[in-house]
Design a protein around this ligand. Sequence first.
Ligand code: JFZ
Length: 422
Amino acid sequence: MVDQNAIRESSGQRAGARGDPRLDWWRDARFGMFIHWGLYAIPAGEWKGEQIPGIGEWIMHRARIPVREYEPLAARFNPVRFDAAEWVSLARRAGQKYLIITSKHHDGFSMYDSKVTDYDIVDATPFGRDPIRELAAECQRQGIRLGFYYSQTQDWHHPDGDGNDWDYDESAKDFAGYLERYVKPQLRELLTSYGPVSVIWFDTPRRITTEQSQSLVDFVHHLQPACLVCGRVGNHLGDYASTRDNTIPADSLDLDWETPATINDTWGYKKNDHHWKSPRELIQKLVDVVSKGGNYLLNVGPTAEGVIPQPSVERLLAVGTWLETNGESIYGTGAGPVQGLHWCRATAKPGRTYLHVLDWPVGGDLRVPGLRSKVSRAYLLADPARGSLSVTAEPDALLIKGPARPPDPDDSVVVLESAAGG
Ligand code: JFZ
């Protein structure tokens, strides 16, 4: 039963279509980096001396900033400390296998060199460089897959985009014309000028019709057949489903799905958002998502100077350190056979179940209910010697005798090898 509360735009056409080989890399990857970067990093949550509530990239909407007042931010955008190699290296060290960056968010500003508009980072800013091109080259060099976030419906700058009712009359908009004469030409630029694109991450479908969503899916697949389309293209279409922000389903889901998540409470940089999740929380959320068959897309919001906030860097490196030891229990795994326990999650791949013990029991005796497959061997993934642990089948549980102290303070992984080997 799909947890509808969690899945906002489940991709109906492919829900359960687990056999699609185009998603093989994506199911192996399990963990990606999201980057929300744009003009909104300049105000960083403050406008005319007032703190604007909500997520940072929505400041134009929340403060109903007129286009004529928001546009001049472009002339101030000069991220001289931007370093594509540094950003991609951080993703790699964090264990994130794909990177999705905002090419155009709802504010309508293009963070790449677009020929469709001059309202873009090369033509409208003193920076004058194309960071997407630099990131594309670095991702190729460092072996990280690259995707683009693209707001296909909301565009608070364009008179025919959705969402700006303070400068424009919503009822007078030609949204169909916007899609054909603005969105598709920009998607063509993104899908023909930057090499292989692994994902187009559409967002907030809102007024878009099923035909229009399908037209965008077909357009992307025509230009790059291997490129995945996120379910937020709308109308239950797309190659995989997207949960609500920062939402993890209660149960495992038998379809391809992804949770987009923040490390603090905002996607775009806000100077006063210091509500950072701990490394423990992030590791356990990653494990929770993967144990239910999903991918975790964890966001960073770089500053207007082009710097990823240090608290984000520290947390991502901590997750990466955990993955250095335990990555085998995440990458290429799916939902495990043990579900619904508060102290433990399970991921699995053929022949192996990985028990993620989030709350190690006093004394080290692990009683795991509901395990049907015969276990030939058990050992700690963190143990280089892979010394066998004692395993006893009790009437309604498997008893695994682990060490008194947990090998890892946040998530200790016990590997169960199946007797069948399959
Ligand atoms: C959207 C954007 O509006 C936001 O700025 C950010 O890019 C985020 C990743 O996506 O925000 C959403 C989208 C969907 C839901 C909530 C916020 N939802 O499904 O509840």
